[in-house]
Design a protein. Structure first.
Length: 318
């Protein structure tokens, strides 16, 4: 009798005590329906302040398929996903959130495309999100269009983190241990044949989203800096344009002085122009500073995350 294939489920968690029981019940139900494969559930506790870790320990004691990794502090979702990718054992690997906005039942469809139709990855994208207000929906749509235009890799509008990948694709991601991580960009960079499945994202089953506007803006900037040099090119082009404008302005001032003999006329507009150009320079210095800061963090070679405790540690003590 041949050994069953193993699907590893990576679940990043940050203060998810309210929704974890709901998620575990649902993913356990899905695993029972998919009897032809085995499962392991790798929960990554991203430095939660609530009872998330205690709940994961309880899951692990009752279900040997459950493993957990607990960080020493909050390193962010990107680090949590990478920790899961580094530690999974499965032939196929899925990443999903615990909030139930991405239904675990979709795993059956995703597995069909990857296992039977030869895709390397099956991923979800959405054009409608029940938990997003009008402003966030608009900003999200604008963001995806922008990043797809300026990025060196293709970014699918509305792409979610929920996806099922082959082991070969997972190994490719493991070979990119960069500190400043933007996983959606990494997925696009490594390529592989991906089946995109459209769906409507639901509401959280419980609790509140940990992504506020500030975090979303920071995440957006991370994506731009990580996979596009367009801001630097824009800064160079604007600088060249203003050099040309300055040269023309100098010629005009010289001619006006020679013809009309009035070198001080127009000083208010000149003052406004100086202030405008000064502000523009500071803005572009800020852009260059962002790229330099990423280089600074990369060359330090700090770990993407630090693990404080895992289910394997507990097993060894027992």
């Amino acid at each position: 009798m041949s050994k069953k294939e193993l699907i590893s489920i990576i679940v990043p968690c940050y203060n998810e005590e309210e929704v974890l029981p709901v998620f575990y019940k649902e993913i356990n139900s899905v695993s029972k329906e998919m009897k032809h494969v085995d499962f392991e559930f790798v929960f990554v506790d991203d430095g939660s302040k609530d009872k998330t870790l205690n709940i994961l320990k309880d899951f692990s004691k009752k279900d040997k398929r459950v493993r957990y990794i607990s960080f020493s502090r909050n390193f962010g979702k990107e680090a949590a996903m990478y920790a899961g990718i580094e530690n999974v054992k499965g032939d196929y690997v899925a990443i999903m959130d615990a909030d139930m906005q991405d239904p675990p039942s979709m795993l059956k469809t995703m597995y069909h495309y990857v296992n039977e139709e030869g895709y390397d990855c099956a991923a979800l994208y959405t054009k409608s999100h029940e938990d997003y207000g009008l402003i966030r929906k608009t900003l999200t749509n604008v963001w995806y269009k922008l990043i797809d235009k300026i990025s060196t890799t293709h970014q699918v509008p509305g792409a979610r983190d929920f996806r099922l990948m082959t082991r070969k694709m997972v190994e490719a991601i493991k070979n990119m241990p960069e500190y400043n991580r933007y996983t959606k960009g990494i997925f696009g960079f490594i390529g592989f044949n991906t089946k995109w499945i459209h769906y409507t994202a639901g509401k959280r089953a419980a609790g509140e989203s940990k992504f506020n506007i500030n975090k979303l803006i920071k995440y957006a900037l991370e994506g731009i800096v990580a996979f596009s040099t367009s801001p630097l090119l824009i800064a160079a082009h604007v600088g060249l344009l203003f050099c040309l404008v300055a040269f023309i302005t100098i010629i005009v001032i010289i001619l006006k002085t020679v013809i009309w003999g009035d070198p001080v006329a127009g000083w208010p507009s000149l003052a406004c122009l100086i202030v405008f150009i000064g502000g523009l320079q500071l803005f572009f210095f800020g852009i260059m500073g962002m790229y330099l800061s990423k280089i600074y963090l990369e060359v330090k070679k700090r770990p993407v995350y630090i693990s404080k405790e895992t289910s394997e540690d507990v097993d060894e003590e027992d």
